[in-house]
Design a protein around this ligand. Sequence first.
Ligand code: HEM
Length: 302
Amino acid sequence: MILEYLQPDASLLDGITVIIRALYYITTIGAVGLGIFAIGFGHRLEAHETARLHRTLLGAIGAGIALSILALILRVLVLTAGANISDPDVWAAVMRSRIGDAFWLRAGGLVLLAAVVMPWRIRSAMAAIGALLVIASYAAMGHSMLFAPRQEIAALVVLHLAVVAFWVGSLPPLLWVAGRSNSGSAASLIQDWSRAAIWSVMIMLITGVLLSWYLTLRLDRIFDAWHGWALAWKVMAVLAALGLALWNRLRHTPALARGEAGAGDRLAASIKLEMAFVALAFYVAAEMVSVHPVDYGHRITS
Ligand code: HEM
């Protein structure tokens, strides 16, 4: 939205597309993260926390599918210059395009992900396949389809979003666990999660830096395009969220383990702030992929 209006011939529909993209990033990648948390740590949750996780996950899946359909409608409106929302030829063209491919991958994945709330023995396997399909849908569109080397960028986007999903999708259940009356069991779950999260954050940073390098090529000219500025704003939001996560790991969680008064509330307040910065990172990511890095001949033309 912001970058759209910083460029000539701004289009309101294209601006709204960025906001819808940010919302389906948060709901679909958030749903994947909630699913991964349910598979990895669901057995450590109390009954009311499990019920809340299942409700939140199903809500995120429903919202993710609805927002993805809205994004398709917006695409048709953009292609018909806002004139015709029901043109069958335009719809057929959109559904045959990589945007249509990404939609079916994402919607199918979200439906499979819902299996994690069912009492089936194969629920984790079904949900894991669903999670992979949702993440892979982002490699089916976006810059990984426009810039060379395609396979490397696509693989990096998938790995990047898988570990981002684990970190950000775990924040809501960690928030609920921080509020437990039994602070000892809360602290031990959060410390075990944090040990796994360290690896995912490292992979997120490495894949983020590699994606920046592959897409930008000349880092000395990174601010020649709005893409470079968006990347910088995004990294700042991520570093703020990481700073809070580190503070939680070094200060708030040990205080919770010691049973200090108010430690759970302080941790919960910090996790809420961390979630706000992560939401900001998602919004800036949506702005970032709406513009292109400077083209040094690495754009795929065929
Ligand atoms: C909370 C942390 C993060 C979130 C939520 C996040 C989110 C995203 C999303 C949603 C995309 C996919 C865009 C798409 O293809 O549709 C993406 C791609 C990308 N991310 Fe991240 N990311 C995070 C951390 C980072 C970090 C730390 C870096 C840099 C060091 C980074 C650099 C990139 C780059 C360069 C791309 C490719 C963008 C493009 O295709 O133009 N990300 N990120």
